[in-house]
Design a protein around this ligand. Structure first.
Ligand code: SF4
Length: 176
């Protein structure tokens, strides 16, 4: 499940926040760690994130699976706002087939955020553009491939518990 070619130690130098400096482990999107939990049954492995997970320095979580959704599943997008609006009850998460999966997204995001807070996680490295894990950018709710500014539901839930969220790319940039 986890990439095996990571140089031991390298990810720890790349990401500025890790378990050795800030208490608990980093939360990471499970698909970035190599788990095949995406809607299409695939993963989105990131070498550095996978390396951290392999070293036991990251906690891979998938909010959508924690909310009870299966793999594979229809792709979903936030309609009427972003993750903050979903948590406030002002926006919904709708699949390409028109099914309202808001409750599962909120349940999973809150469950993952509670676990992260209880573990003392200082920050999360998340997969951009996901309706759960998006940090700054998500799809616009039309299922047409267009993007909009805003965060996913998990990112919002983590922020509300004081846990910083960042993309893998930004985490690398900050370390340079
Ligand atoms: S919810 Fe997050 S961890 Fe799960 S598949 Fe989507 S982007 Fe990856």
């Amino acid at each position: 499940m986890v990439a095996s070619d990571a140089d031991p130690g390298r990810p720890i130098r790349l990401f500025s926040v890790n378990s050795s400096s800030q208490g608990g482990p980093l939360v990471v999107s499970a698909c970035l760690a190599g788990f095949k939990c995406r809607y299409d049954g695939g993963a989105k492995p990131d070498r550095d994130v996978a390396g951290l997970a392999a070293e036991g320095l990251a906690l891979p979580l998938c909010a959508e699976l924690m909310g009870g959704l299966p793999v594979p599943r229809p792709p979903a997008e936030i309609v009427g706002g972003d993750g903050e609006d979903v948590l406030d009850g002002h926006a919904r998460v709708i699949t390409r087939d028109g099914e309202d999966v808001t409750d599962a997204f909120v349940r999973g995001a809150n469950a993952a955020a509670v676990v992260a807070a209880q573990m003392g996680c200082p920050a999360a490295v998340l997969q951009e553009r996901s309706p759960s894990c998006g940090v700054r950018t998500i799809y616009d709710g039309t299922h047409s491939g267009k993007l909009k500014q805003g965060c996913g539901v998990l990112a919002a839930a983590l922020r509300r518990r004081g846990i910083a969220v960042v993309t893998a790319g930004v985490a690398r940039e900050r370390r340079r």
